[in-house]
Unconditional design. Structure first.
Length: 545
């Protein structure tokens, strides 16, 4: 650890974090020390469950009442935050220390508009009135890349895409120009073009304000670009630390080398054109009406999906890429008959677009989904075992409790989790672990078609590679058909046979994966690829500086 100096803003010394469960206590973080100078970016990296987020939440004292700090200090500008009253912490949270949470849907209030939530931070800490706050909110939303921000002021979180919600969280965190920004996976839900913009924005704000940043991420390309120093965490301890250049060029610890070398590998085979068609649609449309006036008259439509056609065969993965709001998730929900649409949808030769929910129920076993936000899609009131077995209770009622438990344990083991975790609850798992639980819930019914909506977005690099390998293995064994929605083009290239590039509800380019990545024709496709792979190049050059 670098020696603290007069420029040190945050100095964490020998911090331990324990969690109490009944009469037992377990250490999640052990004697961790790190510091951040004013204007510096320091990265905490490590796999899910390594203790990164626990350290970040400790700084703002946002852990649950079950958490305690057996030893250590958290010095912010010379003041030990662990010794402050709650009133003292409220003066710091949101004003001097901002935070971008990993899962915006669970961090944003579902009952308040975007203007209210972002404006609240400004009103509390800066004393702005409603009109002044609105001007600043519009400026912030525009800065973080939200199109037509005036139209989003009255929107609620559920009306935004995952990427748009993450951008709102970033706007809230930056609203008061904090001295320290804690960025916990700040670009996880963002497409590559917006990711590049956000990273550039954060760097620009650092230069303007001298803001320090604690960056927590599993994307090592971002670490290369953004951080000056890196701390590597494993099992609650820091196993290696050093300058970004040193860590990436000459890593000393075997775990650090493992992280650096971990990346989804391989390429999907060419589509077997003789394989049966599992899912097919022709000129599919999903239009949402825009209503105005006292009589709520329809004056226009949001064309979320506008005339899309494609076929998906057994054993094939079709990737859908594009910026947030391009219609990717809407397409997937329409194909699963979870939202209304126009146009024929055929599943294994059977038209399903006219079926009601009762008629669709027998097909739900064969058509599964893994949602983007695992915390929002996993009930906090049910244990992991209860969540995963729910589909079995409905679709296979002949199974007794013992048989269901065995099936749930097998599904957990397939996604790299311990079968003995069945009695634990979602809040006891890291973001990456929760995503694996969501995949297990889909796979336990042995479906034929799975819609995967950003299934690796919350996972660290090494687990991403494992999940890609797992999905590929399951697909080969069961001839599964995947619709794979993602902004991570490295994962798309490793897993998808065929790619659809969407923009504003339309497919602007499509073709075999190799053709799209090696010989893109549309300017928009070229821009997506440039943003994705220039980030990697930029990161390497940053590390070399």
């Amino acid at each position: 650890m670098a020696n603290p100096s007069k420029t040190t803003l945050l100095d964490v010394r020998d911090l331990s974090v324990a969690f109490q469960s009944g009469k037992t206590s377990s250490l999640a973080v052990r004697n961790v020390s790190f510091n951040i100078a004013k204007g510096e970016t320091v990265a905490l990296v490590g796999e899910s469950g390594s203790g990164k987020t626990v350290c970040a939440l400790s700084v703002l004292r946002l852990l649950t009442s079950a958490a305690s700090h057996p030893n250590g200090e958290i010095l912010f500008d010379g003041t030990d935050l662990l010794g402050l009253t709650e009133a003292g912490m409220r003066a710091i949270r949101g004003r001097r220390i901002g935070i971008i949470f990993q899962e915006p849907m669970t961090s944003l209030n579902p009952l308040q508009t975007i203007e209210t939530q972002v404006g609240e931070v400004l009103k509390i800490h800066r004393g702005l009135d409603t009109a002044q706050a609105r001007v600043r909110v519009l400026e912030l939303l525009e800065k973080v890349g939200i199109r037509e921000p005036e139209k989003r002021l009255a929107a609620y979180p559920h009306e935004l895409s995952g990427g748009q919600r993450q951008r709102v969280m970033i706007a809230m965190a930056l609203a008061n120009e904090p001295d320290l920004l804690i960025a916990d996976e700040p670009t996880t839900a963002l497409d590559v073009t917006i990711q590049a913009q956000i990273l550039e924005l954060l760097q620009s704000l650092q230069r303007e304000m001298g803001m320090a940043m604690l960056l927590i991420t599993h994307d090592l390309g971002i670490v290369r670009r953004m951080a000056s120093r890196v701390y590597v965490m494993k099992s609650g301890e820091i196993v290696e630390q050093g300058s970004t250049d040193q860590i990436f060029k000459t890593p000393q610890h075997v775990y650090t080398r493992h992280l650096i070398n971990a990346e989804p590998k391989g390429q999907a085979p060419k589509t077997d054109l003789s394989a049966p068609v599992v899912l097919e649609t022709d000129h599919l449309k999903v239009w949402f009406p825009i209503k105005k006036g006292l009589m709520r008259k329809t004056v226009d439509h949001v064309k979320a999906v506008d005339g899309l056609s494609f076929k998906l065969r057994a054993g094939e993965t079709v990737g859908v890429v594009g910026e947030s709001g391009s219609g990717k998730t809407t397409l997937g929900l329409a194909l699963l008959r979870l939202i209304s649409s126009e146009g024929p949808i055929a599943y294994v030769g059977q038209r399903i677009d006219g079926l009601n929910s009762a008629a669709m129920r027998p097909l739900r076993r064969e058509m599964q989904v893994v949602f983007q936000d695992p915390y929002g899609s996993l009930s906090p009131r049910l244990s992991i075992g209860q969540i995963i077995e729910e589909g079995l209770l409905i679709q296979q009622p002949q199974l007794d409790a013992k048989a269901r438990r065995v099936r749930v344990g097998h599904a957990l083991a397939e996604v790299g989790l311990d079968a003995g975790m069945q009695d634990r609850y979602p809040h006891e798992f890291s973001g990456g672990q929760r995503q694996r639980i969501a995949i297990a819930r889909a796979m336990v019914l042995e479906p034929k078609f799975v819609m995967l909506d950003e299934p690796t977005s919350a996972l660290d690099m090494s687990v991403q590679a494992q999940i890609v390998d797992l999905l590929r293995e399951l697909q080969t064994k069961r001839r599964l058909a995947y619709l794979f929605i993602s902004h991570d083009l490295k994962v798309v290239r490793a897993l998808c046979n065929y790619v659809l590039v969407m923009r504003n509800g339309k497919v602007v380019e499509e073709g075999p994966s190799a053709d799209i990545f090696d010989h893109p024709k549309d300017d928009y496709t070229k821009a997506l690829l440039a943003a994705a792979f220039e980030l990697k190049v930029a990161g390497k050059s940053a590390a070399a500086r």
